[in-house]
Design a protein around this ligand. Sequence first.
Ligand code: BMA
Length: 318
Amino acid sequence: MAEIIGDNIPNIPWRDKPEGYMYPVWRYSENPVITRDNLFMANSIFNCAVVPFGEGFKGVFRADMRSRDQTLVTGSSLDGIHWTLDKKVIFRGYDPRLCKIDEKYYLSWVNLTPHGTTIGIAYTEDFADWTQLEDACYPVARNGVLFPRKINGEYVLLIRPCDRGHTPYGDIFLSHSKDLTYWGKHRFVMSPVKNWEMTKVGAGPTPIETSEGWLLFYHGVLTSCNGFTYSMGAALLDINEPWKVIHRADSYLLAPHETYELVGDVPNVVFPCAALADAGTGRISVYYGAADTSVGLAFTTIDDVVDYIKENDLITGK
Ligand code: BMA
């Protein structure tokens, strides 16, 4: 039995696995949980970051507006399913990730610069006031994801170098920092290997600490005659040397199959950016952008994911 190492979050949004369902990740039947209707003047609300906060949850959402400005706004929810978004723009850019380290909530996102995208980092204690730190690297990079605690005394950031366009390549790397300002000790983590992710991979939600290693959900991109298809995969990384991939599923866990994932501003996209994990029950809820238009919610457990990874393991060849 695998275990989640972390807080108990008994009010995690949850639905039991449908009777007879064979796969490790199942969708919330009332998806999408957030649409453009959650915010006046929004064109689309999709990739988002979520953390437990107080009695409920806080989030940061990618809201592309009717002007097509790419903005980040905050939101609150008591149950993790019904959200109230605040129209105030906290940062410009996209693909937010959130994690709590000590008493602060850290946001990393794709920050926009005149020279291309880079990784912005900011923190808050109350989701009202934010302190922005230095960007974590020079352009061009996306998918900057912090680990939720220091490892061997240092902050660790997953990062995906790319180009200024719709990058046709992409490996995951990581960097270390003692102060969240100066980053170094860069390490390679993983490349695309299998067909479903043949073009590029990028880290998804904040990694989840488990008895089996860091559970990393990530997106993998396939190029078909019709363009990119984004799906969700999973790997387990070494706890102390997280650039070492110890197990990795050779097949996706969630791919665009439902209409709201297949049809939208960018068709065929499942883009996970947030996960809530309850150590008490082993339950995991994953929030993902659907077709760059709305937010979907999916469920799994630590045992479902770890069993699937190990039964379809790219690393051990099982
Ligand atoms: C990536 C980012 C994501 C988006 C995905 C699919 O490059 O722009 O925000 O969800 O492409 O369009």
